[in-house]
Design a protein around this ligand. Structure first.
Ligand SMILES: NC(=O)c1ccc[n+]([C@@H]2O[C@H](COP(=O)([O-])OP(=O)(O)OC[C@H]3O[C@@H](n4cnc5c(N)ncnc54)[C@H](O)[C@@H]3O)[C@@H](O)[C@H]2O)c1
Ligand SMILES: [Fe+2]
Length: 355
């Protein structure tokens, strides 16, 4: 079964893959019911198509939403129960073969043991985990990303940047994930503004696809931290695309995390050339955060206000969002200790300067 979304089908990306299946005489069904930020219902509908057509393996053509849906459908083919049963557990059984063809340079889902599915009953984005979720193979071909409009390029590219920075500044960071994370940060800071300004810049697109994969490998082997922990609740309640909710939080969360990981942030600063020789670790770290804030401005990242989030509803939800963020476990990977009060203060800080 080919798992994809209507846009991919419409612009011909799905066709690039199904033509090859036609050529080799492999029968397939196409499930194009994926929406951005997929839900338990979308997964169930995909499972039905898979079983009705007696499929035996899966190919995802699309962004993280299509790849994650593929993983969740595959989970339900070889594991009992509903997808929500696996929240907080390790998915036990291996999946049917899964192949990922990413069309965004963002999630790195092509290389991770995670799938993120919204539980529509409880309004939470579940982070589901299992070694079997790592795709059997991935084809990372930047040409699939060239049709992405600037907004998608910026949001998904900043998601990859969050993966790399969080992986490098996580308590679970380790020497191999560090290598991938540092290289990804360098590539993204130099290539993302170019891919954003000119979507047909092949060198920039290629560099971003590679960086997103590296960042995926990095956080798959260390972890994400406070940004992703706080971002999922915003996505679940206000339907903000994943990369954008991360990007809204990115500078303020880094500012918070900095005092707990000055050496690590100084390394990142040096890697992107944001600091001067002789700067202290603290100065270098601050220079990195400033550079990332500027990058977000350059990429025209929306604020909660400009995205149209209702301020009262947001403030009324801070308690639930804080609880859900902490329950996910991601904030606890931050080197600086994170309390519920800290998280609430950061959510509130997103509104500084706007109604
Ligand atoms: N599994 C993981 O490890 C992992 C990691 C991070 C994020 N995620 C999840 O991935 C999802 C987000 O994935 P995403 O950011 O890749 O976005 P997406 O898959 O939701 O796509 C975003 C939008 O861009 C369009 N699009 C994608 N590629 C395009 C292209 N080449 N040309 C034109 N339009 C294109 C899509 O049709 C869609 O409308 C979220 O649910 C997020 O939580 C998963
Ligand atoms: Fe992400």
């Amino acid at each position: 079964m080919v798992v994809t979304d209507p846009t991919m089908a419409q612009i011909g990306s799905t066709g690039r893959v199904t033509r090859l299946l036609d050529e080799i005489g492999t029968q397939y069904a196409v499930y194009d019911g994926v929406t951005s930020e997929p839900t338990d219902r979308i997964v169930l509908a995909g499972k039905k198509v898979y079983l009705e057509n007696q499929c035996d393996f899966l190919i995802a053509v699309g962004g993280g939403s299509s790849i994650d849906t593929m993983k969740a459908v595959g989970t339900l083919i070889t594991n009992p129960g509903e997808i929500t049963d696996y929240f907080g557990k390790i998915i036990p059984n291996p999946l049917p073969p899964t192949f990922a063809v990413p069309t965004t340079a963002g999630t790195g889902s092509e290389a991770t043991q995670f799938t993120i599915i919204t539980d529509t009953k409880r309004d939470i984005k579940m982070l589901l985990k299992g070694g079997g979720l790592i795709p059997s193979a991935a084809i990372v071909d930047y040409s699939f990303t060239q049709t992405a409009p600037p907004f998608v390029t910026a949001a998904t590219g900043l998601d990859a940047l969050c993966h790399a920075v969080e992986a490098y500044t996580s308590r679970k960071a380790q020497p191999l994930s560090d290598l991938f994370a540092l290289d990804a940060v360098k590539k993204i800071v130099s290539s993302l503004p170019r891919a954003f300004a000119d979507g047909s810049d092949q060198k920039a697109r290629e560099s971003m696809s590679l960086a997103a994969l590296e960042a995926g490998i990095a956080f798959n082997n260390s972890s994400v931290t406070i940004i992703h922990g706080m971002s999922r609740p915003i996505g679940a309640l206000f339907h903000v695309p994943h990369g954008l909710s991360n990007a809204m939080l990115l500078p303020n969360c880094l500012e918070f995390a900095l005092p707990g990981a000055q050496k690590r942030f100084a390394d990142l600063s040096e890697a992107i050339g944001a600091c001067k020789p002789g700067d202290s670790q603290e100065e270098a770290g601050k220079a990195f955060v400033r550079a990332i804030r500027q990058l977000c401005r350059k990429l025209k990242v929306d604020t909660p206000v400009s995205f149209g989030i209702d301020k009262r509803k947001f403030f009324d939800s801070i308690e639930k969002m804080t609880k859900d963020a902490l329950t996910s476990g991601s904030p606890a990977n931050t080197m600086r200790k994170v309390s519920a009060d800290d998280i609430e203060a950061i959510y509130e800080s997103l509104w500084n300067g706007g109604e």
